[in-house]
Design a protein around this ligand. Sequence first.
Ligand code: AMP
Ligand code: MG
Length: 503
Amino acid sequence: MTSPAGTPLNWTNRLVQLGPDFYTRLHPTPMGAPVWASRNTKLLQSMGWPLDLLDDPALWAGNALLPGSVPLATVYSGHQFGVWAGQLGDGRALWLGEASSDQGPQEIQLKGAGRTPYSRMGDGRAVLRSSIREYLCSEAMHGLGIPTTRALCLVASPQPVMREEMETAAVVTRVAPSFLRFGHLEHFAARNQMDALRTLADHVIKHHLPEAHERAQAWHGNVYAGLLDEVQQRTATLLAQWQAVGFCHGVMNTDNMSLLGLTIDYGPFQFMDGFDPGHICNHSDTQGRYAYGRQPNIAYWNLYCLGQALLPLIGDQDLTVQVLEGYKTVFPRALGDAMRSKLGLTGDLAPEDLREADWTLVEDLLQLLATERTDYTIFWRRLSQSMAAGWWDDPGATDAWQSVDDLFLDRARWQAWRQRYRERVGAADPLALGQAMLHTNPKFVLRNHLAEVAIRQAREGDFSEINRLLDLLHSPFDEHPGMQAYAGFPPDWAGQLEISCSS
Ligand code: AMP
Ligand code: MG
């Protein structure tokens, strides 16, 4: 393995100091003939990393090592589809190290860089199809302002990889302050390795969630209860953001839940087209465990698993349950706030005593959207545009409102709702609300069919669509004149796309 020239990163690699109980050190497996599919220079620049870092695709295919990196795969366990799955671990993600950046220390991971001791039956590879989806969706989420792991670059290769059919390999480089998951703590708790459990929890608190100390004050100074509380609150906030934007994760197993409250492990995810609380985006999820409407409860279930893992450190079952109970307050409040801001009902407009009335307004709207399977993203965007033009009897706003009316078959029900909304807004200026709503309700989300077009072209060697989408999704609230087609209804063929766990 060669060490390339170029400006080195400044590595801290604090995870390595935990010791060999937590990981296995090994090198990536080289991948044949790597070529660039995409480089995220925006992320590179925001990190303050040198531009020449992304000169050589061999580095990001795992064919050469960045000077100072200490490649390793971490061990974790987890509950998959509601069942304890035992040891899992980084089966194809290789941790390169933790590098200083303008955004604080960042861990860098190659996903798809070959087998590890945790690969089990897997080949350690990721296919181009799923790598494009992960690469784009990570950045789309960031563009939406939702906490997520980031994606630095994407390398493709002609190397064959067998899934349902023959595909080709790719490596996506992920960046995050930490890739630690609920499953990392579950692993050591399940094995009764109490020293390791404490070491890892202390590492998380010290380096990633120092907020645990402040939270502990509400829990008799118990810092591990504080840790659980912090994770609980971050998870609740994340779930509120997912629900508000219509995002389905698809595989909310505890090994896919970030301790930092980041969206992590993009697989069969989907931004919903027509609104349907029962929507299942993962073709492999036959029971609908991870249906859109169930996500908040599943997150709570997952937090219980985390609570169980932390219980030996917290040392008090009642206290642990009490901390977890907080989710039942934090989540609805965060969701209520997110939905109200989608309606422009923020700040002075929503004094405390209006929360409940506003929630009824939101629920009635969601029921209407569900009955009509109204396109979720298009509805919110058109509503925002209409508000930015005025009320429907304002001559300048008629067309805009007509475009919302056109989304509903049951016009009378819709118009009754919009009248209630108008009464709620009262004397406030709809134009100002509309402007705020245009920054809350995105014009562009990574719908399945948009990713699919990029995938089909990339398979033919043309990566330009990936870069076009990356640009668009970095600023999904902007109008992007000329890109209207990317904000339209999904084509008929989108309904036939089957997205599964296969990746
Ligand atoms: P996921 O369903 O992608 O969250 O993966 C669950 C577990 O399977 C994790 O431990 C992954 O590292 C592992 N895994 C998934 N796909 C592969 C693969 N192709 N090779 C090795 N391990 C894999
Ligand atoms: Mg995973």
